[in-house]
Design a binder for this molecule. Sequence first.
Ligand SMILES: NC(=O)c1ccc[n+]([C@@H]2O[C@H](COP(=O)([O-])OP(=O)(O)OC[C@H]3O[C@@H](n4cnc5c(N)ncnc54)[C@H](O)[C@@H]3O)[C@@H](O)[C@H]2O)c1
Length: 371
Amino acid sequence: MGQCSFTGRAGKKLVRPRLAAFAAEAFASPRFFMNTPIVPRVALVGCGSYGAEHAKFLATYAGVKLHAVADLAADRAEDFAKKYGATYATADPSRIWADRDIDAVWICTQHHTHAPLAEAAAAAGKDFFLEKPLALTLADCDRIVAAVERSGVTAASGFKLRFFPAVIAAKAFLTKPTLTTAHVIDDHWLSEFWANDPVQGGGNVLSQGCHIMDTVLYLHPTPPVRIYAAGGNRHHPTRDIVDVAAITLTFADGAVANIAVGDVGVPPHASKFALQQSDGARSLSLYNRLNSLMTREDKQVTEHPAWPEDGAAVIDRAFIAAVAEGKPSPVSVHSARRTTAVVLAAIESIKTGRVVDLAAAPYAAAMALPA
Ligand SMILES: NC(=O)c1ccc[n+]([C@@H]2O[C@H](COP(=O)([O-])OP(=O)(O)OC[C@H]3O[C@@H](n4cnc5c(N)ncnc54)[C@H](O)[C@@H]3O)[C@@H](O)[C@H]2O)c1
């Protein structure tokens, strides 16, 4: 949408006929420009449980029009179209890519489909929001980054915890943490759940561990350089996955983090997501699913009022604003690749029993973020 100017960012060729027509009319008539707000038309691919969270927001947010929904299961797509007011439903995502009226697409499908769908969106010139983790393998993450770089589309990934107000306040309070402890510990996942399938999902350490890993990386100012992890498969004997992990991460500035992940039972006090940090003088605790913050300075503890959890809306709003204003992605695919790669390196460490050097191949390229 920011690309609706005639040249676009970085001089990329524009492939948004509806927006180009709008821009042409706007330039010809300043009155038209002043009186007609441009509302991106968007589509959603993957009408499942988290697709519903995004659809709920997209259906009611004045900043977009939910134009189309797609799912390989035609009945699910039809249900979504009725429930969330989309103009049409389809069981064929290629109809979405070919629809010149669609500006941006939300991709909310199983992890092994992320790379091909992201490549198709980018090739069609659609901005896209892709759920987390970026993909199941480093090679697929690289495919997504390459597709975005080639096309110049604006793309984001679903690491929503960065946008939680308590997390943002924590980052402002401790700019250079020395020590972090953090976890995402969920209740037991069914072994049959697709996210526990090694081909479709990769297991909970990848599926949910990426959320807390992303938060830890967001809160540390320098890149991770080294990782060691212990763990394995403790509760899903029929699945070839890692379901529990205790991860130790070292950052370039010498800071360290310990991260625990598993579907072994939510800790009743700290909650499913929690994180603590200190910098030698000050400290903080994030708890209540990272919606509450306590800070400590000069031995005085301040308990900040809890923020309400805002679900998928918190990141959807940020992505829509970036698309509409032509600003950089709020969660670039490069940073999503880095987060996903660090979790994949933790799983490698568990499987090999070795420390993984993140500053060496194959991880080094994924650790560097563009300025
Ligand atoms: N950010 C979060 O907090 C959060 C929470 C839950 C899930 N998620 C993520 O959302 C994504 C979807 O998870 P879910 O739980 O909604 O899964 P789901 O199984 O409920 O829904 C996925 C849907 O995608 C459809 N689909 C699969 N391949 C497709 C294709 N090629 N084209 C069109 N449709 C296709 C399936 O038929 C299904 O209806 C995953 O990446 C998951 O990790 C994110």
